[in-house]
Design a binder for this molecule. Structure first.
Ligand code: HPA
Ligand code: ZN
Length: 316
C-alpha cells in the first residue's frame, strides 16, 4: 500500500520513543518484569486508544511507559522503532525521550540512556539509519525538575543533539522554562519545543523568542496568527507536524480539515511525522498516506514534504 510514499527517503523529526511502544511489546515487557496490567489483553488495551484531548492520551502514555524498567527494555523499544524506520525508508531520525517519566518512578537515568543509545548505535551500523537523540523536559513538572534532569544528562553531553519540551501544553507556557533552556544553550545544546498543538500562537512566539528554538513541534495553531505565519516563513523555521496525532487528539475533527498542505503552500517548512505511532494508528508512511487519501496530497507535495524533513535535520 502506497509504495511510492513508502519509497521516498524521509527523516523523522518528531517521534517520542515511549510513544512507539506497541501493545504487543508492552505486554511482553510487563510479563518479563512481573508487572500486573489493568488490561486483560492486547485487544482491550488497543480499545482504550480513544482520546478526547492531549491529556487523556498522556494519562495512558505514562501508564504504558511503566513497563519499561531495564536498559534491555529501552533497547528493545528503540530497536523495534528503528526496524519500522527501515521498512518505511526513514533514513534519519531525531527521536525524543522523556527521562523524567522514568526517573520519577525510580529508574536510573543511565539505564534509560544506555538502552536507547546502544540501539541507536546498532541502527547506524546494522540498518544504516543515522540518528540524534533529543532529551525532552516534561512541562507539567517545575523548572527545577528540568534543571535536575539537565544536570543528570550533562556527563553524557555527547549522547544528545538537542533538548525539547513536551507533555501537557495548556497552562504550561514555554516562558516557564526560559532559564533551563538558556543553560542547555550554554552547554551547546540547541532547542526544539512543542508549541501550538493545543496551546495558542503566543506559545509559539515564546518558544521562538525565549527558548530560541530551531524547530517548532506541531505548531499548527500558528495559522491563527498571520504575523506569526509570516515570521515562520521569513525565518524558514521548520514545523514538525503530526497529522494522525492531531486527529486522534482532536486538534482537528477530521483529516480532511487538517491545515498542513495550506501551510506548505504558504511557504512554511513543514514536515510529516508520527509523534506516538503505537497510539495514533501509524508511522510516517501511514501519515503521508492519510494526507494523500483525505487531502489529495500530490506526488510533488509529498516530495517537498519529504525533502523538508531531510533539510530540517539538526544533524547531518
Ligand atoms: N504532545 C505533548 N507531549 C507529548 C506528546 C504530544 O503530542 N506525545 C508525547 N508527549
Ligand atoms: Zn509530540
Amino acid at each position: 500500500m502506497y509504495h511510492w510514499l513508502n519509497a521516498l527517503p524521509k527523516a523523522e523529526l518528531h517521534i517520542h520513543l515511549e510513544g512507539a511502544l506497541e501493545p504487543e511489546l508492552l505486554f511482553r515487557l510487563a510479563e518479563r518484569n512481573g508487572i500486573a496490567l489493568t488490561w486483560a489483553n492486547v485487544e482491550s488495551l488497543r480499545a482504550a486508544y480513544a482520546f478526547g484531548n492531549l491529556q487523556e492520551f498522556l494519562d495512558l502514555y505514562y501508564q504504558g511507559a511503566g513497563v519499561l524498567r531495564t536498559a534491555q527494555d529501552f533497547y528493545d523499544l528503540t530497536w523495534a522503532y528503528l526496524e519500522k524506520c527501515k521498512e518505511q525508508n526513514v533514513v534519519h531520525t531525531e527521536p525524543f525521550f522523556d527521562p523524567q517519566t522514568h526517573t520519577e518512578r525510580g529508574i536510573a537515568f543511565e539505564a534509560v540512556l544506555e538502552g536507547i543509545s546502544q540501539a541507536l548505535r546498532d541502527g547506524r551500523e546494522r540498518l544504516g539509519i543515522s540518528s540524534g537523540l533529543i532529551l525532552s523536559f516534561l512541562r507539567h513538572l517545575p523548572e527545577e525538575a528540568a534543571f535536575r534532569t539537565l544536570e543528570q544528562a550533562l556527563p553524557y553531553r555527547d549522547a544528545f543533539i538537542a533538548v525539547g519540551l513536551d507533555s501537557s501544553e495548556k497552562g504550561f507556557p514555554p516562558r516557564l522554562f526560559e532559564r533551563v533552556f538558556a543553560k542547555a544553550r550554554s552547554e551547546g545544546l540547541p532547542a526544539v519545543a512543542h508549541a501550538g498543538e493545543e496551546g495558542p500562537p503566543e506559545y509559539v512566539w515564546e518558544a521562538l523568542d525565549l527558548l530560541k528554538v530551531r524547530r517548532i513541534d506541531h505548531g499548527v495553531r500558528a495559522a491563527e496568527d498571520p504575523r506569526l505565519i509570516q515570521r515562520l516563513i521569513d525565518e524558514q523555521i521548520p514545523l514538525t507536524v503530526c497529522p494522525l496525532s492531531n486527529v486522534k487528539l482532536c486538534v482537528f475533527r477530521q483529516m480532511s480539515e487538517h491545515n498542513i498542505l495550506e501551510l506548505l503552500e504558504a511557504g512554511l517548512k513543514v514536515t510529516v511525522n508520527s509523534d506516538d505511532p503505537a497510539y495514533f494508528g501509524g508511522y510516517v508512511t501511514e501519515n503521508f498516506a492519510a494526507l494523500h487519501e483525505h487531502l489529495g496530497m500530490t506526488e510533488d507535495q509529498a516530495r517537498r514534504l519529504a525533502q523538508n524533513s531531510l533539510d530540517a535535520r539538526l544533524v547531518h
